[in-house]
Design a protein around this ligand. Structure first.
Ligand code: UD1
Length: 344
């Protein structure tokens, strides 16, 4: 079976291509390489030992999607990652986010409809739940959505609505995966997260501080109503997350007459604080991390973690790795990047 993957050389995309190839799927990737590099293609091939066809195409450019679908016949399902994801940037440049994440998705759907491609897995986010109160934890798929905190979050909510509406025409079946906090890297250290510029996210900031690229990590607030005062998140290993996509494709294939729009939380079901994440990193890396406590970051949710029983029951998927493994693989990846820089 042939699967089209958009954003195929990105952080989650590349790990998903590896798991799809391991599971025996044929993959055609597309990426515009704006937030990734073509070198990822070779790395994926080195891991799987298979050819990874990845075309340069942009979802904002209908013609380029059309050309890929013309060239590669027989695509039966799509996993749609391609999107921008920086919360702060989305506040400064909302049109960039609506143009790529929303208009790009609509372009893609038009092309899929033309080719009668009916199965799609969508990259959604726990950000759709907004600022949940602690009595609503863990969040289930039935937890009501709240107005989005940022244009980025809003694009995920809007895309889910677009996909739900399109699924009601009978021309599309959708699984929307609401990711919690994806971190970690492949065990081979050949692929991982490649932030451009100063990382916004916690784990790349931790590993870059430990390797000496950043001077110090600032913990954004320790006066939250949590056991150690720092925010709580549900950190999920990117390889576990990649496997959830393989499970979602199988789910769509097997359940032809099922609901045409399904959402699943994809996390571990366990919340960890920022300090717990730092301590886990220090334990597995043997490095003392230089960090300081700073003020709260605007827009941060105090705590959020998932109920994953729906994914467990229906997708037959469950996260297998723990926080220590996330930190260890993220650290190995950072060390590999440093090694490559030295040899360059
Ligand atoms: C958010 C979104 C997530 C989205 C992601 C994309 C929510 C709940 N989550 O994740 O859906 O995919 O952005 O970027 O809206 N922290 C520090 N110091 C740092 C960096 C982070 O203390 O230098 C803390 C944050 O305050 C937070 C935790 O680490 O408590 C995780 O932050 P981050 O990695 O940025 O992810 P989220 O903001 O949870």
């Amino acid at each position: 079976m042939k699967v089209l993957v958009t954003g195929a050389t990105g952080f989650i995309g590349s790990h998903t291509v590896v798991e799809l190839q391991h599971a025996g799927y044929d993959v055609v990737g597309i990426d515009n390489f704006e937030n990734s590099t073509p070198n990822v293609i070779k790395q994926v091939e080195a891991i799987t030992g298979k050819t990874f066809i990845c075309e340069q195409a942009d979802i904002r450019d209908k013609k380029s999607i059309h050309a890929v679908l013309q060239k590669h016949g027989g695509i039966q399902a799509v996993i749609h990652f391609a999107a921008y994801k920086a919360v702060g940037e989305s506040v400064a440049e909302p049109l960039k986010y609506y143009g790529n994440n929303v208009a790009g998705t609509v372009n893609l759907l038009n092309e899929l409809q033309e080719k009668d491609i009916t199965d799609l897995v969508f990259s959604s986010s726990c950000t759709v739940y907004g600022n949940v109160s602690s009595d609503m934890l863990p969040v289930t798929e039935e937890t009501p959505l709240m107005p989005a905190f940022s244009p980025y979050g809003n694009t995920k909510q809007i895309c889910e609505e677009v996909l739900r509406d399109q699924s009601q025409t009978g021309k599309l079946r959708v699984v929307s995966l609401r990711y919690f906090n994806p971190i970690g890297a492949h065990d081979s250290a050949r692929i991982g997260e490649l932030p451009i510029g100063v990382p916004n996210n916690l784990v790349p900031f931790i590993t870059q501080t430990a390797i000496g690229i950043r001077k110090q990590l600032t913990v954004f607030g320790n006066d939250y109503a949590t056991p150690d005062g720092t925010c709580i998140r549900d950190y999920i290993h990117v390889v576990d997350l990649a496997k959830a996509h393989v499970a979602a494709i199988a789910f769509l294939q097997q359940r032809k007459s099922a609901d045409s729009f399904s959402v699943f939380n994809i996390g571990t079901g366990k919340g960890n604080s920022v300090l717990e994440a730092i301590h886990s990193f220090e334990k597995v890396s043997g490095q003392k991390l230089n960090y300081t406590i700073g003020p709260r970051r605007a827009g941060d949710v105090e705590q959020i973690y998932a109920s994953c029983s729906k994914a467990e029951n229906e997708l037959k998927w469950k996260a297998e790795r723990d926080l220590d493994n996330c930190m260890l693989t993220a650290w190995n990846w950072e060390k590999k990047l440093a090694e490559q820089k030295q040899n360059a």
